[in-house]
Design a protein around this ligand. Sequence first.
Ligand code: PEP
Ligand code: MG
Length: 318
Amino acid sequence: ERQQALADTHLAVVTRDGARVTVKANVSSVATARLGAGLGAEGSGLVRTEAVFAQWHRAPTVDQQVEVYSAIAQAFDPHAVTIRTWDVGGDKPLDFIPIEEETNPFLGVRGIRAFRKDPALLLDQLEALCRVARGQRLNVLFPMVTSLDDVDWARARLQEAARRVGLSAPPHQLGVGIMVEVPAVAVRLARLAHGLDVISIGSNDLSQYTLAAERCNPHVATWSDGLDPAVLQLIRCICDRAPEGVVVSLCGELASDPDVAGLLVGLGVRELSASPSAVPTIKARLRAGSLRGMQDLAASAVTARDAAAVRDLLALHA
Ligand code: PEP
Ligand code: MG
């Protein structure tokens, strides 16, 4: 299966009944971007910038960021990349963005929340993205957005960054998006995603917040399963509620499991961003299936008893 998948990996994905699905790669460095592009990923749906600079003790300058983001975008040319702003806090420490100790870090100062008091490092990053977007199409993605105020605040910072590079508005080549990883955002998606270009479902965090079970705590692993029908129903809601014209992508670990890809498409997701090595197999599996079959599978999965029953369904459909 792997050999055939590798041979065909640069072909687009069209299901047997004609549905087009885009498969991208999650990347954390220039090297993984090149790897993903070489394995047939049609762009990146998630560049984890906190991972790109994880070993740095001091914040990268705007110029240093421009260099790295340009190289990542170049690796996928002519496909677009989606670059996420610093997603610090929770399970992601960064030396140059210290977070005060908290009792519940996953419910604390995380993602976009970390910059409310002092947006300086976010502004530098947005300035770098505005500069890169002058030369190539790309999207910026804000993590851990919870409220409409978060969206407005983030957009205002982007506007501020654009002015720093001498523009009156963010470059039109720069799409704007939010991560959907907090249930409150899924519930109010039509309102919160209004006017955006992309949304990206972070199924890892969406699962832990929906099921109230920490993503990396082995003692609660049975509760924090992304295949829980509650999570699948939320993913379906997000696809149904996304405003017209907003691209819905899914970049959590669920998208990296070739056995699950068809289920996600059946729920309404048309863009998956997976770990680079999984891209060829996911593309091959989706090409071999039909949208109709994937929708039938999804209809059964959302009403299944639990995640184990969903896995049984996946095995039946494999
Ligand atoms: C997610 O939460 O699913 C996601 C893709 O972001 P991260 O794993 O980096 O938190
Ligand atoms: Mg997340």
